[in-house]
Design a binder for this molecule. Sequence first.
Ligand SMILES: Nc1nc2c(ncn2[C@@H]2O[C@H](COP(=O)(O)OP(=O)(O)OP(=O)(O)O)[C@@H](O)[C@H]2O)c(=O)[nH]1
Ligand SMILES: [Zn+2]
Length: 296
Amino acid sequence: MGETTHGLIVKAMSGFYYVQCPEGLIECRARGVFRKRGQDLYVGDNASVELTAGGKGYVVAVDERRNFLVRPPLANLDQLVLVSSTCEPVPNLLVIDRMIAVAERKGIEPLLVFTKKDMADASPYARIYRHAGFAVAEVSNATGEGVDAVRAALTGRVSAFSGNSGVGKSSLLNRVDARLALPTAEISQKLGRGRHTTRHVELFALPEGGYVADTPGFSSLDLERCEPILKEDLAGCFREFADYVDGCRFTGCSHTKEKGCAVLEALARGDIEPTRHESYVSMWNQVMDLKEWELK
Ligand SMILES: Nc1nc2c(ncn2[C@@H]2O[C@H](COP(=O)(O)OP(=O)(O)OP(=O)(O)O)[C@@H](O)[C@H]2O)c(=O)[nH]1
Ligand SMILES: [Zn+2]
């Protein structure tokens, strides 16, 4: 048996896995045991690698995943960068709050980014989400303003970007590191083809440490499809409710209309943002009737 080492799968392509190890980037095949078990290897997996002569290797085991996203497949994310724009298109706070809930459910820290601040004021949105307990960046991809804060937040973490079409994810990733060279709206119009179609997700190493998925391809729909939330879990996906949920008069309080609800009292005092609670109520009404067995 050869020497073994350990590293991060940063790229998967045509049956090869590229594992960033202390020895360098090692091209690997997966041991047959993965195929037999029907177990996929994901970019983001922490892999044990058996080195072979010639500087290549075999992935022989992967650590248990802390979390994963399905489309594109990506494991062990520290951070999900939820990008919205202040205008063209205007943010839909319900969509943002649903994406935040998915991230919370998976134990991935959300970072809220509002782009196009050169076109419209981002501060009303930023205020809401800072008050709710999130890190927020206000940026302009046109001027570069605010990009340093995003770059700093990416340092030392494994992150992926998500947000609807046209909000400026590709533009922002290119601002963060020009070597990413992602095609933005203008360029793909010129080339006359769609973006993100045949791309493989790859973790791109940032110069100061940390990795970012080199695809802006997680739509809010993709996210929600991979993580339906049960009603008993929903309040736990709104972090600013945590201080209050144990203070409600009734156990099993839905925090939507009950008397003696500590969440509603906090809302009335202004300690919880109205739009966040509105999103909670509309999500509650949607998930209300789902039972665990219906999600299988
Ligand atoms: N003025 C201004 N324009 C921006 C900003 N960010 C992006 N844009 C423009 O908005 C359009 C969409 O930007 P992209 O970076 O392609 O958006 P995307 O989120 O990657 O879009 P998809 O690839 O479709 O998901 C482009 O025309 C950008 O030039 C910004 O901060 N300010
Ligand atoms: Zn309550």
